[in-house]
Design a protein around this ligand. Structure first.
Ligand SMILES: [Ca+2]
Ligand SMILES: [Ca+2]
Length: 204
């Protein structure tokens, strides 16, 4: 049991490039998750070579998949980068959808029509003592600069818990638990949470 506990504790959110092996529901048996961006049925889940589920409609134009656990219940969640049109935002724009996994199929937990500002990129990481992984996004401010936004899952969706200063140009970077921005001069700043206070620190 202690081994299982350690394995759960060291689970890091995974960016799925093509396929990965991960235990989605914490039953000790790994599933294979295959991600094929922008096609119908972009995500498929296999267990012992048998397809358990395939889904995600074409119209979502899924472009990124991260497997994380946003609520910390040890069942993995799919964070799907989408490129959608909605009634109030009738042009294509990026957002993140959250699908839960019940062991048999993925179901919609949060289909946010947009993030707090136009989305550039996103990752997930456990950044504080709070249970579950935080969603970290790079977003565009009104004046065209880029900032990091940290979101926490609050049961039925996300709430913003911190926003960084804006940068004229920045790219999202992540390396294990370290998440932050890479600036044009190569400098990397990563998010730290010390006793509940959020800040950016120089990466060494
Ligand atoms: Ca499993
Ligand atoms: Ca979960």
């Amino acid at each position: 049991m202690w081994l299982l506990t350690i394995l759960l504790a060291i689970f890091q959110p995974l960016v799925v490039f093509e396929s990965c092996q991960v235990d989605l529901e914490g039953d000790g048996q790994k599933e294979r998750v295959i991600f094929r961006p922008k096609v119908k049925g972009a995500i498929s889940v296999f267990r012992s070579e048998r397809k358990v589920w395939q889904g995600v409609p074409n119209r979502w134009q899924a472009w990124k998949l991260i497997i994380a656990d946003v609520d910390g219940d040890d069942r993995k969640d799919f964070l799907v980068g989408v490129n959608i049109k909605t009634r109030y935002f009738p042009y294509r724009h990026k957002s993140v959808f959250v699908l839960g996994w019940n062991g048999k199929f993925a179901y919609a937990r949060w289909l946010g029509s947009h993030m707090s500002k136009p989305l550039v990129d996103f990752v997930a990481a456990s950044l504080d003592e709070h249970q579950g992984d935080e969603l970290v996004t790079l977003e565009t401010t009104r004046d065209g600069r880029k900032c990091l936004v940290v979101y926490r899952w609050i049961g039925f969706g996300f709430t913003v818990i911190w926003q960084s200063q804006p940068f004229a140009r920045a790219r999202l970077f992540s390396k294990g638990r370290q998440v932050g921005v890479r600036l044009p001069d190569g400098q990397r700043l990563f998010i730290v949470n010390t006793k509940g206070r959020w800040a950016l620190k120089t990466y060494r």
